[in-house]
Design a protein. Structure first.
Length: 419
């Protein structure tokens, strides 16, 4: 029989993982639902009689609500803790998902995405706040990577599974099931999550609002890291979360299932690269990881978008490697946490997370609008969109990641400063 002291020690070691795990599970499921439309573009166009711009707007409704809430999320999590914030927000996600699963109306579907973005805004920041409280500081970059890994596995699942279900016209049943799972998870979070085992953070969460904002937003480095994060992740937001499957179908001349499987591989690469980036950045520094991630992401995304049709194994290899390299934004999250006092860590993380989404949301709609405009210039009568329009529209993605690489060159190293 295990000694009582050993049992107590084992439980104390497991508790942080349970706290983090409940939040990370919410992030996983919400990310799955977030990216599911990427595998359902043709089905959504048909179901709602929608144009490319309509679908971009549908996807962006989530992102705009998500971004709008990031600063309030940081404030709320810093002041009230993660338990209530994560529990209630997960319940909102459950309701919005059930609405989306049942509606036949495009406007109602857009409203449901708005609610989903509002609720999902708490998942990553709340989970990272739990990691800051429950784990030792030296473990934070690894936990960031693991959290992002679960999110990306959710993304891979959403694209791969929902793509097949969309072809079977059975996606509404599955979306409804995920809504029910979120409802159960909300109850578990409210019952079992605790805001922290120590007081080193909660004692400092009574700073005046003006002082909290000043500690975050008066630092130029905060803005630089936030812009870098948004530009680095932007190709993944545009391609993996919305247009990638449709793009590969048209430019690589492959079936929808093969294209969606390829997009899911981006998330698998991200899932492996997330914790790996955190581990390596603890040894070589944050800045080298950010620079290397942006540069390799630029080279790979240009290859994926503009090389002629290639063998499927080569295409999948490029997509996997892109996801692996794009995960360098984990180092950016760690850097912003190291630059910010613990009392305002939620605000800082929320701001950076929001910027990573707002740039992607804007570019999703910009690409959709440009596709429609280019198509209308070539064909006065609506027909299927061709590869020429898609390739020209994706120039937006290339320019954005190139700017991200330039931004990475001006970031400062935080590893030694933090140590």
């Amino acid at each position: 029989m295990m000694p009582h002291s050993t049992q107590k020690n084992l439980i104390s070691q497991l508790i942080p993982w349970v706290m983090w795990g409940l939040g990370a599970t919410a992030f996983f499921i919400e990310y799955l639902i977030r990216v599911a439309p990427a595998a359902m573009v043709p089905s959504l166009m048909e179901s709602f009689s929608a144009t490319s711009l309509d679908i971009s707007a549908f996807a962006a409704f989530f992102l705009y609500a998500y971004v709008f809430m990031q600063i309030p999320v940081g404030l709320l999590v810093d002041r009230f803790g993660a338990r209530v914030c994560l529990g209630l927000s997960t319940a909102i996600c459950a309701v919005s998902t059930l609405i989306f699963a049942s509606t036949q109306d495009l406007f109602t579907a857009q409203v449901s995405r708005l609610l989903l973005g509002f609720g999902a805004a708490f998942a990553l920041v709340g989970t990272l706040k739990l990691a800051l409280v429950w784990f030792k500081p030296g473990s934070f970059s690894i936990i960031v990577g693991l959290t992002q890994t679960l999110g990306m596995i959710g993304g891979a699942t959403g694209v791969c599974v929902m793509g097949r279900l969309a072809e079977l016209e059975d996606w509404r049943i599955s979306i409804h099931l995920f809504g029910e799972v979120l409802a159960v998870l909300a109850v578990l979070i409210l019952l079992f999550v605790r805001n922290g085992s120590t007081t080193h953070l909660t004692a400092n969460t009574t700073l005046p609002l003006q002082q909290s904002f000043a500690l975050v937003f008066k630092k130029p480095e905060t803005w630089l890291i936030a812009i870098f994060t948004g530009l680095l992740y932007m190709p993944t937001a545009v391609i993996a979360e919305l247009w990638g499957g449709y793009y590969l179908m048209n430019t690589q001349e492959i079936p929808a299932t093969v294209a969606n499987d390829g997009i899911s591989i981006i998330f698998l690469g991200w899932a492996i690269g997330g914790p790996l980036s955190g581990f390596v950045s603890n040894r070589v520094g944050r800045k080298p990881i950010m620079i290397g991630s942006a540069f390799t992401s630029l080279l790979l995304i240009v290859s994926i978008l503009y090389l002629p049709p290639m063998p499927i194994p080569l295409l999948y290899g490029l997509l996997f490697t892109y996801g692996l390299c794009n995960s360098g934004m984990v180092a950016a999250y760690t850097a912003i946490a190291e630059l910010s006092p613990p009392a305002v860590a939620g605000i800082a993380l929320g701001f950076v997370n929001g910027m990573s989404v707002i740039i992607g949301a804007f570019c999703q709609q910009a690409v959709g609008a440009l596709i429609d405009w280019l198509h209308s210039q070539r064909y006065p009568v609506r027909i299927d969109i061709g590869p020429e329009e898609l390739k020209l529209a994706m120039v937006i993605v290339v320019i954005g990641i190139a700017l991200g690489f330039i931004a990475s060159l001006f970031t400062q190293e935080t590893l030694r400063k933090h140590a």
